[in-house]
Design a protein around this ligand. Structure first.
Ligand code: ADP
Ligand code: MG
Length: 375
């Protein structure tokens, strides 16, 4: 495939704030690239550097073999090859829809007015808005405005379209009409780079996904690689939308009410049902009963304290709708699964009843006790 855009060691600072550290990637003709990642990681800045709405601090951007950061580059010609669709449509509010579509071709490309109008009609047909040619933007819904913005972008015959969260300002009922148009363009072979939070859409239309984090393209792969087999921890946490609550238990005199308050607050924030909250609190309490088993309390407490206490972590994956409770403790402590066999077993009976799986695994010099909460 031909490299249309080659980005090498691109960096961007705003005063002291380093937003892009070292971005390297190649976009080929016909590719549909989705750019995902937490907010504030520089996705918009990256797109804006590509079409020089921002001036990069360092690195190279080569488009069709030409370095667009070189003083000799024809910046306007470069920009015309790259259409951009923004979150907030950016239509000309005082112009009709048709005039929005013809002003660029007529003024910037020297196209004859009637040809621009003919093309404008075709484009409005394509985005399903042929009837709106003489309307003004204020008469359109958000979804319709964004479809016009896409048509306007196409009226300039771009070689690539950059989308910056094209659906995030829309009422949820209008998201799919806009995604439908973008998907149609993908099927026609349009080269596109799309910053989006619509994960199912990204999975469906993209040839490649760039996961941005820490100022770099942190992981890059096919939709299957990124969504189903992410290699790196941060990618996995982002993809599975894992929310996490941690609490440190130093020794047997831990603050029981303080801990329950932290857990309850976390659960409420993520709208867990009151049954789920009760289950989690009970699972945590019963597990701690096992850790601080009364038969050997002083000895166990000393080992736990010496080993740095117990780390409690509750992970909630929005995607899997799964809640997993982890306790991590020094592996000098005998396994609590074994302890529970020798004691009266009540705690373990309660735990088994509330979980779909319970296991222990070794992580370095620690042992991790893992419970999946029953749905
Ligand atoms: P994203 O699109 O991934 O949410 P942005 O590219 O919008 O991230 O922003 C990345 C960081 O750069 C943020 O911390 C933001 O506040 C900062 N930033 C973006 N544009 C500017 C600017 N023009 N001046 C100063 N800081 C900026
Ligand atoms: Mg952004």
């Amino acid at each position: 495939m031909d490299a249309m855009i080659k980005v090498e060691h691109l960096s961007k600072k705003f005063d002291d704030l380093v937003v892009l550290k070292d971005i390297n990637t190649t976009i080929c003709k016909g590719e549909v690239i989705s750019i995902i990642g937490p907010s504030g990681t520089g996705k918009s800045t990256f797109l804006r550097c590509l079409n020089l709405l921002e001036t990069p601090t360092g690195g190279r951007i080569v488009i069709n073999g030409e370095d667009i950061l070189s003083p000799k580059a024809d910046v306007n010609a470069m920009r015309q090859k790259m259409g951009m669709v923004f979150q907030n449509f950016n239509l000309f509010d005082h112009l009709t829809i048709m005039d929005n579509l013809t002003i660029g071709p007529v003024k910037l490309l020297g196209v004859k007015k009637e040809d621009a109008v003919a093309r404008g009609k075709e484009l409005l047909q394509m985005v399903g808005l042929a009837a709106k040619a003489n309307s003004f933007p204020s008469e359109l819904s958000g979804g319709q405005k964004q479809r016009v913005a896409i048509a306007r972008c196409l009226s300039m015959n771009p070689e690539i379209i950059l989308f910056d969260e094209p659906t995030s300002a829309l009422d949820p009922t209008m998201v799919s009409e806009v995604l439908g148009v973008i998907k149609h363009l993908a099927q026609e072979g349009m080269t596109m780079a799309i910053v989006t939070h619509e994960m199912n859409f990204a999975k469906d239309v993209s040839s490649r996904i760039l996961y941005m984090d820490e100022g770099i393209i942190y992981e890059d792969g096919t939709p299957d690689e990124i969504f189903n087999h992410p290699k790196k921890e941060k990618t996995r946490v982002f993809i599975h939308r894992i929310r996490n609550c941690r609490y440190h238990i130093e020794d047997k005199d831990y603050d029981f009410y303080g801990m329950n308050n932290v857990i309850t607050t976390f659960c409420e924030k993520h709208f867990f049902s009151s049954n789920q909250v009760q289950s989690i609190l009970l699972l945590v309490e019963e597990s701690l009963q096992l850790y601080f088993d009364k038969d050997n309390l002083e000895q166990r407490n000393a080992i736990i304290k010496e080993g740095g206490g117990i780390e409690l972590s509750i992970d909630y994956s929005e995607k899997e709708e799964e809640i997993v409770i982890y306790f991590t403790v020094t592996n000098n402590l005998p396994s609590i699964l074994k302890t529970s066999e020798s004691s009266d077993g009540l705690s373990m009976t309660i735990i088994s009843g509330l979980t779909s799986s319970v296991e222990e695994d070794d992580v370095g010099d620690k042992t991790r006790f893992i419970m999946k909460v029953k749905k």
